[in-house]
Design a protein around this ligand. Sequence first.
Ligand code: GAL
Length: 391
Amino acid sequence: MRFRFGCVLFLLVCLLNLPAASAQQVAATPPMGWNSWNHFAEKVNDAVVRAAADALVSSGMRDAGYVYVNIDDTWEGKRDEKGFIHSNEKFPDMKALADYVHSKGLKLGIYSSPGPKTCAGFEGSYGHEEQDAQTYAAWGIDYLKYDMCSLGEILAKNGGKAEFRQGMLDAYKKMHAALLKTGRPIVFSLCQYGLYKVWQWGPEVGGNLWRTTGDINDNYARMAEIGFGQAGLAKYAAPGHWNDPDMLEVGNGGMKPDEYRTHMSLWAILAAPLLAGNDLSKMTPETVAILTNREVIAIDQDKAGKQGDRFWAEGPDEIWVKPLADGSKAVALFNRLDEWAGPAMMKVNFRDLGFTGAAKVRDVWNAKDLGSLEKYEVEVPAHGVVLLRVK
Ligand code: GAL
């Protein structure tokens, strides 16, 4: 009897704890790093990735927390006669590249699709999931972005909505099982553009993060559409499992500094993965300052792992709040109006946020303590933000 109870207990521990433990082992806080797609797209190659790794170190970004160096689509070559994938001529030696990245105290990420073809038309993992996971582990890969792409066409042919949804879940589960089998901790990043409310089932298929939308672009309108569109998803984020509103565009040149500060602040409030998407080897001091602001990063990476949400909105003025582990709250005041409309006066009453009496308030981007206040009124630039840490 005791033996049987022991067995049941063992099974329960395995069933309940193992997936949770493996999820927490990686991505206990939202992953931070760099991804090649937003700036380099198909022009990514070995030299670009090495230069990104070098720049993460020399710019201070690694020490600020950016550790994943993620190769996106277009690295894939042909399969050999046994079905094992090889990198193409742009990446002559993936293992050597991983060794180089690791030697800098960084981690290497890669990209594939559960379909036969990736979105850029390269070789996907369909039917080769275990082999690919083994290959990634042998190379020393630490992160996999798994992008639905051509799987959608196959699933659409094979049945209705329920079958489509199930087929997608099965495909992600399959790769997750293959990754677990390698014994190497590999962050599993789901990319299927938020279809079928992925936030509701992302953890179940082993996702450490899941894209909640289609692709970001380097302009305020699209960034804002995606970022502010995350309202209501906070309850689905937790250590090991993050909503992913896509990679950063900071430094790519399409937005003004105020807009990039809005982008970075909003992603921090959202506890979003912070994957820089710019050319790290050519950054202005302002770009480095935005990406490496320690206080903003601390809000994103807060160990409570609570995503923030919209607290108040009146037309284009919005206040978003994120609860932090030490009892403080990050409070972001956004003015979404276009430049011609000029700055907006915005007011926040800290009592409304649950503070009794005066609260200690710090202006994060200006690195300035504002003192003990019951409320605060401030001018917020067009498309800009005032980010506060309130205790
Ligand atoms: C898209 C994905 C992008 C990028 C691209 C590569 O589907 O959302 O982030 O990975 O594919 O082809």
